[in-house]
Design a protein around this ligand. Sequence first.
Ligand code: FMN
Length: 373
Amino acid sequence: MDPISLYDYEARARHILPHNNWVFIEAGAMDEITTARNRTAFEALTLRPRFMRDTTERKTSTTVLGTDISFPVMIAPTDSHLNAHPEAERATARGAGMSNTLMMCSTSSNCSMEEIAEAATGPLWFQLSHRGYDLTENLVKRAEAAGFGAIVLTVDAPFPSPKERDLRNRYERPGEYGNFRETLNPAAATDGAGEPPAWDMPQCPPLTWRELDWLRSLTDLPLVLKGVRVAEDARMAVEHGVNGILVSTHGGRRFDDTMSSIEMVPEIAAATKERVEVYVDSGVRRGSDVLKALALGATAVAVGRPLYWGLAVNGAEGVHHMLELLREEFNRAMAYCGQSSVDNLEDPLLNIPRNWGPFRTENNLAANLPFAL
Ligand SMILES: Cc1cc2nc3c(=O)[nH]c(=O)nc-3n(C[C@H](O)[C@H](O)[C@H](O)COP(=O)(O)O)c2cc1C
């Protein structure tokens, strides 16, 4: 029988993948509290079903920074897809394209961004990890030339943070860093003349609002900040001219003991006041999660771990089918909540736990933040 939920894909991937690869994909930082919270927070939100309406026609397509996607689910940027499939990011790109949605490609992919662009049939954004001015400029210019539609700058990795389970397993990353074949001379990396490109860098070059301004002047591509967690940083991001914010805990993989991503969406949506698009990832596993995120102010969500599960089970087809399961569940959630279009969702659509923070109000509108916006 084909998998009928993302959790079926997860169970099969766990069975199929080499142990260390599986753990690399699954694990979170430290005690993995935030990774777990990313799920429990979604589960704590409940939907308010509405009936006696004709919802036979449902509009689920939307746009992200002007790009059409068939439903509000994107592929989050994640590295080294060779962990799950020999075709690596090429297969993921084809799977996303089959579902007519967008893939964000990691700086640390196994394939180069040019190879992914060649294989892709859908829109692509490039996830940028700042690697110092020279390497970063090289990446951005190549992303422009290869036709990527936006730069997604990851801001929530200021310091190396290997996961404890990976350390215990002596996990070794498979394959190469496709984006650094020409620019990185491995010898230079070890003698200090160059920069190793990945998460195993001994130090990450500083990334501040100054570097963001520099990046803004470097490219005309839209800029998305990934990993913003609080209203204060969201407001700064708007002031510095970004076009989108991807609220993310990195799947809880880098830093523990924070709120989940979905809990922060209302605060960030309120702080940015529709001046930028807001997206969210971390813990999305059901179509109903997508509706919950939209009801809180997100334009779209992204999935990380589930893409590896699809890849491991059935390559590009598996990624495609994983997305189609989410689409079907999302459609069902829309119908059961009496909603016909993602463009004008009813408010309130959710019951929000009272302990979610002082910024919540009775009618679920984010307001009354504990500080001035
Ligand atoms: C195996 C793996 C590798 C990842 N690599 C990157 C990366 O290179 N750059 C990045 O910004 N985020 C990376 N992420 C984080 C994802 O973009 C995303 O924030 C996270 O996976 C969302 O949570 P979810 O896995 O619960 O869907 C990675 C996540 C996973 C699971």
